[in-house]
Each structure stands twice: as C-alpha cells, then as structure tokens.
Design a protein around this ligand. Structure first.
Ligand code: FMN
Length: 161
C-alpha cells in the first residue's frame, strides 16, 4: 500500500485476534513514530507497555478488544503552556505515525482516553509533568469496521484575501 492507501484504509480497531506481534515489528513502528515533527526536537513522547497484572487493574469496560499489546503514550510538558501544547501536538503526530506504520503491516490500533481517569493515571505511575495522550491496544484485527464518513473538507476551508 502507498501512504494514501494506508491513511484511507486505517480504522480504529475494537476486536483483535489473540495472535502476538513480533517485538521487532513494534520497535520498527516506534522508530517510525519517533520521526514525527517536534518543535525544538523535544521528543516529548514516552511509551509504557502495560503488562497483564496492571492491565487487569485498569478501569476499562472492553478490555481493549482483547488486544495482545497494550501501551500508554505520554507527552512531557514543556517550560510553558505553549510548549506543553506543542509537545502534545508532536506526540499526536507520533501516534499517527505509529498507527499508520502498524497498519501498513496489517496491524490495527484501538485508542482509548482512559488515561484521563486519575485512578488509571496513578496506576500507570504517570508523573505530574506528563500528559497521557492515549492508551492503545495493538494487534491483528478480528474485525475491520466500515469507514466512518467525514465532513467534506471543502466545508472546512476558508480563503483570506
Ligand atoms: C484523542 C483521541 C481520543 C480517543 N479516545 C477514544 C476512546 O476513548 N474510545 C474510543 O472508542 N475511541 C477513541 N478514539 C478513536 C476515535 O473514536 C476514532 O478515531 C473515530 O471514531 C474515527 O474512527 P476511525 O479512526 O476508525 O476513522 C480517540 C481518538 C482520538 C484522536
């Protein structure tokens, strides 16, 4: 698949096969993710792989679609609120790179916001100077949902003189 095909076919996956993922593949996707744009080369991202014991304690209804791999992606604050926002934006680019690289190898991602829950945050041991961008299930899809339609982009564009 070329880049556009990967972008167009990617979906958030909510049901995974139990099949494990080769560790080296995950490293390859994380390396690709780390090529994301990031202002002042702050590289604000940190990844926590969540093992079964911790996972069982997380407050989540769906068990992340039984994804075989679960990871949290954090973004370090900056010296100011503006830098914190820039870092969060850079980490979102990191995540998108990761999702697209994985998808190009047939592996899908579930994105959960449960990190916002203070209990989950404490369980994951996230320092106060980090945002949790998401908790991600990663695995081979059992089901790939249909595309969710987007608003025609023309309605989001304006031109200034
Ligand atoms: C910041 C962010 C947080 C998200 N949190 C959740 C979540 O908590 N639960 C969930 O089911 N999906 C979550 N998603 C995934 C979106 O629901 C999903 O991208 C959207 O439904 C469009 O589906 P698609 O990505 O397959 O096109 C999140 C996505 C983003 C960017």
């Amino acid at each position: 698949m070329n880049v556009l095909e990967v972008i167009k076919s990617r979906r958030i996956i909510k049901k995974f096969k139990p099949e494990p993922i080769d560790d080296q593949l995950i490293v390859t996707w994380l390396q690709a993710a780390s090529l994301a744009p990031n202002h002042r080369l702050t590289e604000p991202w940190e990844i926590i792989f969540i093992g079964p014991e911790t996972r069982a304690k997380l407050n989540h209804k769906t068990n992340f679609g039984n994804a075989p791999v679960l990871m949290a992606v954090l973004s370090k604050h900056g010296a100011s609120e503006a830098e914190r926002e820039e870092n969060a934006a850079a980490t979102a680019c990191f995540v998108q790179n990761f999702m697209l690289a994985a998808w190009s190898n047939g592996v899908g991602t579930f994105w959960s916001s449960i990190g916002a829950n203070p209990k989950n945050r404490a369980l994951l041991g996230v320092p106060d100077d980090y945002d949790i961008i998401g908790v991600f299930g990663v695995g081979y899809p059992e089901e790939v949902p249909d595309a969710k339609p987007r608003t025609p982009i023309e309605t989001k564009i304006k031109h200034l003189p």
